[in-house]
Design a protein around this ligand. Structure first.
Ligand code: AMP
Length: 214
């Protein structure tokens, strides 16, 4: 599992970790965004919360994750990105995993301070075509507004606007940060310095995983 504030780089590192372990990346944010894009009832409900920088209610989120963990590609392991985000979600996850007769191996916390997170989120742009994440200052594409990889148009996530970022950070501090104590008490938490170039963070993340998983 990857935890850390919005903008810590969970999504980016999750791609590498999932690929290196050959397990699916299960990102609740991605699943909500896909539902929003397809206009499903779940998407319509989730969008109200997402656009306000708030968390989607636990019951809705946990049911969605339970369904996802039941899919065949998750039987040999998975990487959770952005879930759980509240203590009740973490408790529900423990129950779900017990039902599946499995357990969490390790929780990697990407540690990045708040000023850096705000800089990252406000400049973040996503490709409509392939989903690649760019940054107007730290990782700009050659042609402004166009993805180098696929030529798709770049957009700013509606929850990456300044007021919503501030609310998301408040919610993180209040509801999600206490999870580090929850997993620390289980002896599963490993902190990873999430600052600096993406490649450096990937090396630190892989090292932490290797030393933990062997
Ligand atoms: P993310 O892409 O992980 O930053 O998630 C984007 C948004 O989706 C969040 O700001 C929440 O509104 C919602 N979301 C994602 N994961 C969760 C979760 N585990 N619990 C509640 N809401 C979530």
């Amino acid at each position: 599992m990857l935890v850390g504030p919005p903008g810590a780089g969970k999504g980016t590192q999750a791609e590498f970790v999932a690929a290196s372990l050959a397990v699916p990346k299960i990102s609740t944010g991605d699943i909500f965004r896909a539902n929003v894009a397809h206009g499903t009832p779940l998407g319509v409900e989730a969008k109200r919360y997402m656009d306000a920088g708030l968390l989607v209610p636990d019951e809705v989120t946990v049911t969605m994750v339970a369904n996802r963990l039941g899919e065949p590609d998750a039987t040999d392991g998975f990487l959770l990105d952005g879930f759980p985000r509240t203590t009740p979600q973490a408790i529900s996850l423990d129950d779900l995993l017990a039902d599946l007769e499995t357990k969490l191996d390790v929780v990697l916390e990407l540690v990045v301070d708040e000023d850096e997170v705000i800089r990252r989120l406000s400049g973040r742009r996503t490709c409509r075509g392939c989903g690649k994440i760019w940054h107007i200052e730290f990782d700009p594409p050659i042609v402004e507004g166009r993805c180098d990889r696929c030529g798709g148009a770049l957009f700013q996530r509606s929850d990456d606007h300044a007021e919503t970022i501030a609310e998301r950070l408040r919610v993180y501090t209040r509801d999600t940060a206490p999870l580090t104590e929850y997993y620390g008490a289980q002896g599963k938490l490993v902190g990873v310095d999430g600052t600096g170039p993406v490649e450096d963070v990937t090396v630190r993340t892989s090292d932490a995983l290797r030393s933990y998983l062997g």
